[in-house]
Design a binder for this molecule. Structure first.
Ligand SMILES: Cc1cc2nc3c(=O)[nH]c(=O)nc-3n(C[C@H](O)[C@H](O)[C@H](O)COP(=O)(O)O)c2cc1C
Length: 142
């Protein structure tokens, strides 16, 4: 899942999905996650989490498994701080902090995390998925 205002995170998420052999990532502004997900977002205000990301997490936070945030080095101590804020609030790892649209090394870091992490099934009682599957990513259906 990604949230993006000017396109840096969207492009990064699409590139990561391509390199990981996963389906196209879903927009946090338009779509709901189909299961546990990695969130890629950006930093806004002064080291803040964007309102659209907040609204998404208010609804789907229990399925969050890790976070990537973009920012700009220009912002100094507040660089990509949205990742740290979200990680602390939801108890998930910061998978990467990227400058603008990120680098090949950033993409490799995120792809490696997607490949290594164990995924649990959604915690919804209606779910019939097994609980100990390993799957690279479940970014959605389109
Ligand atoms: C109004 C505004 C505030 C921003 N505040 C921060 C900030 O506090 N820390 C940071 O690292 N980047 C900050 N940025 C930079 C964006 O997070 C960065 O450009 C990011 O790549 C945007 O992602 P997007 O193109 O997917 O929307 C800010 C950008 C704007 C326009």
């Amino acid at each position: 899942m990604y949230d993006s205002l000017t396109g840096n995170v969207r492009r990064f998420a699409q590139q990561v999905a391509g390199e990981a052999g996963a389906k196209a990532p879903l927009s946090a502004r338009l779509d709901a996650p189909e299961g546990p997900f990695l969130l890629l977002t950006y930093t806004f205000g002064t080291g803040d989490v964007p309102g659209s990301t907040r609204a998404f997490l208010d609804r789907h936070g229990p399925l969050l498994r890790g976070v990537v945030a973009s920012g700009s080095y220009h912002w100094g101590v507040n660089f990509a701080r949205a990742a740290d804020v979200i990680a602390a609030e939801y108890g998930v790892p910061v998978v990467a902090r990227i400058n603008k649209g990120g680098t090949a090394a950033d993409r490799a870091q995120v792809v490696a995390w997607l490949r290594d992490r164990p995924i649990e099934a959604p915690s919804s009682p209606s779910s019939s998925l097994p609980v100990a599957r390993r799957h690279p990513w479940n970014p959605g259906s389109n």
